[in-house]
Write a protein that binds this ligand. Structure first.
Ligand code: AMP
Length: 284
């Protein structure tokens, strides 16, 4: 596996590969890798010739400095895991390389309601930082395909919208959520859960599954209200539970109002913020 730190070195290497007509896949990550990340790498390896996995803890998407400081960093383990799945290239740029002082990397796009609801309402500025870093990473890597996880559903919607608005020449591939055996969505943040909170965390996924089981019986608004009650537990601090159209991210009144319906939630368990979602139906 090739390891690059400087973007210029990565670009030189990729230019050579492109001359051989090789298709480049790209899996951006913030490290602390788990099987969820590796599923993206595997998907890319199955659909392209070469995968570039970036590890970059992007400071501009953290709205709380303490969250950035506490973000787990496990570089040597990450490199080992990437080797086990035969990843081709790992890229670990510095903050200065991604955000050079003389380059304006902000993305002056209007994402409409996509950047106002759910995550955006609780993490001001977060998606500006996400769009900024993904655009910068895409500019450097110039992949044919970009692989992202459904786990961060709203993030994927924003990036899809950015690609459309800017007319970027890259195909976005959505990858399903990989879960622990007890249903908890894998996340780099899970290691920060206390053992007590870790034991309770699967309730989030169970509540989403319960909500899905009710979709043909009860109107979405009522399902969401009951789910909110179910998640009002000691140690849980609930931010939102919404049943939305998977394209617009706006709440739906009736299941039949949309052919793409997803329930999304965000919950604090102690000091750790967890997000999860379940697709009710996707006939789009
Ligand atoms: P992160 O390192 O958290 O920024 O995530 C990097 C990529 O991995 C994003 O596209 C995430 O959506 C994806 N990802 C994170 N957790 C999972 C998971 N449990 N299953 C599938 N993809 C995931």
């Amino acid at each position: 596996m090739y390891l690059f730190k400087k973007s210029i070195d990565l670009q030189k290497h990729l230019d050579q590969l492109r001359k051989q007509n090789l298709q480049i896949g790209f899996t951006p990550t913030m490290g602390a890798l788990h099987q969820g990340h590796l599923s993206l790498v595997n998907k890319s390896l199955s659909k392209t010739d070469i995968n570039v996995c970036s590890i970059f803890v992007n400071p501009t998407q953290f709205n709380e400095k303490s969250d950035l400081d506490k973000y787990p960093r496990t570089t040597s383990q990450d490199l080992e895991l990437l080797t086990t799945v035969n990843n081709d290239i790992v890229w670990m740029p510095s903050v200065e390389d991604i955000y050079p002082k003389d380059l304006d990397t902000t993305i002056p796009l209007d994402f409409g309601q996509l950047d106002k609801v759910m995550e955006a309402a609780f993490r001001p500025g977060h998606f500006d930082g996400v769009a900024q870093v993904v655009k910068r990473l895409l500019d450097i890597v110039q992949p044919d395909q970009l692989f992202m996880g459904q786990k961060d559903f709203q993030q994927m919607s924003i990036i899809k919208n950015m690609i459309e608005q800017l007319g970027l020449n890259v195909e976005l591939v959505s990858c399903p959520i990989i879960r622990e055996a007890d249903g908890l969505a894998m996340s780099s943040r899970n290691v920060r859960l206390t053992s007590e909170h870790r034991a309770k965390a699967p309730i989030i996924q169970q509540t989403l599954q319960w909500a899905k089981s009710q979709m043909n019986q009860i109107p979405p608004k009522e399902i969401a209200a009951i789910a909110l009650e179910r998640l009002r537990l000691p140690d849980f601090k609930l931010e939102y539970f919404e049943i939305v159209d998977g394209n617009t991210l706006l709440k739906i009144e009736k299941l039949s109002d949309s052919n793409f319906v997803v329930a999304c939630t965000a919950v604090w368990l102690g000091e750790v913020r967890l997000i999860d979602n379940v697709i009710f139906k996707n006939e789009s």
